[in-house]
Design a protein. Structure first.
Ligand code: DAH
Length: 339
């Protein structure tokens, strides 16, 4: 065994795999670190402690190498591109640079949305895409924001001159989904593009994607909400997660929660993904407010339900190790070719 761990360490240091396959090979659910850990039962009692410590060191080594690879992805994206054609347009086809023959491919956001939807479908959810131009009723009224209510300021977005709105979140679709898929039981996910009046930075964009979820039936509780969101996140991140909810504020839920997971990258030790806090706030959620159910013609005395809305870009960034949201809208080929 002693010998094996030494070999494993050498293999890890020499391994040039990219971020995702490196992570899968060593830290995945069937990865080498997990296998080495499973072997601990065969180790003689007196050697167990040092064997365990060595595995922990190896795990940390993998985390450190992964962090370097993440930074590498970002640095590559900063490389300047030369937009001039480095060949004469009349050059014979077989002598032209390879890039001209590249076929188009799906954008990483698109691929991840497909993955999210596949998971939710496997959990029995219906799907309806949100609109990119909506109205005051769906943006606010149907979600329990009366006219003139100060909570409307939380969602500063763009309006057309004739009073249509570019939705600031996919919650605009809750009312439509409940009418479309009702009467309960209702299980629906609502992916869509959202817009906010933002000064952009590494974690804020004026245009981004969300996936809303609504679940309504008799006797639905916060426990159902927590279990459903956890099951989805574990399927997506391919890890068992520690989760918690903490208080927040939204006019359209009661109680209003923030869904938080223990950082799956550093096992809560603190790293750049979780801002060294050990925890990552992933989405707003809560029990659907009775007024919101009534607006959709559902009797809140009989039914209850939960809803959530998460940022597709944010979850994608966490999974793929992208540290600036603006790359996702840049159309930079050097960036896109990596996915
Ligand atoms: N729409 C909220 C936002 O973008 C997120 C959210 C919170 C959605 C709670 C929900 C919910 O469905 O129940 O800030």
């Amino acid at each position: 065994m002693e010998y094996n761990l030494k070999e494993l360490r050498k293999k890890i240091i020499a391994d040039k795999k990219d971020y995702e396959s490196f992570k899968k090979t060593y830290l995945g659910t069937d990865g080498f670190v997990k296998k080495a850990l499973d072997n601990i039962k065969d180790i003689p009692k007196e050697e167990k402690a040092s064997y365990g410590k060595e595995i922990n060191d190896i795990k940390q080594l993998c985390i450190d190498i992964l962090e370097k690879k993440r930074v590498g992805v970002t640095q590559k994206n900063n490389e300047k591109i030369d937009p001039t054609a480095p060949f004469d347009i009349n050059t014979a086809k077989d002598k032209r640079p390879e890039i001209l023959d590249l076929k188009g491919s799906k954008h990483p956001i698109h691929k991840e949305v497909e993955r999210f939807i596949e998971i939710f479908k496997s959990m029995g959810f219906d799907v309806m895409e949100s609109r990119q131009l909506d109205d005051d009723y769906h943006m606010f009224e149907s979600l329990n924001f009366p006219k003139g209510h100060p909570a409307r300021d939380m969602y500063d977005t763009f309006w057309t001159e004739d009073n249509f709105v570019l939705p600031a979140h996919t919650s605009t679709m809750q009312n439509r989904a409940m009418k479309e898929f009702g009467p309960p039981p209702i299980r629906a996910v609502l992916p869509g593009r959202c817009f906010r009046n933002e000064a952009t930075d590494a974690s804020h964009e004026h245009t981004f994607y969300q996936i809303e979820g609504v679940y309504v039936d008799e006797g639905i509780s916060v426990g159902n909400m927590q279990a459903t969101i956890k099951a989805f996140l574990e399927a997506y991140l391919e890890k068992e997660l520690e989760v918690r909810i903490q208080p927040s504020f939204f006019p359209f839920t009661e109680p209003d929660c923030e869904f938080v997971i223990g950082c799956p990258f550093c096992s809560k030790a603190g790293c750049s993904v979780c801002g060294h806090s050990g925890w990552i706030e992933l989405m707003g959620c809560g029990m659907i407010h009775p007024n919101v159910l009534s607006q959709a013609g559902i009797d809140p005395e009989k039914y209850s339900g939960f809803a959530w809305g998460f940022g597709v870009d944010r979850l994608t960034m966490i999974k793929l190790g992208i540290d600036d949201i603006r790359y996702l809208r840049d159309s930079n080929l050097n960036f896109l070719k990596q996915f």
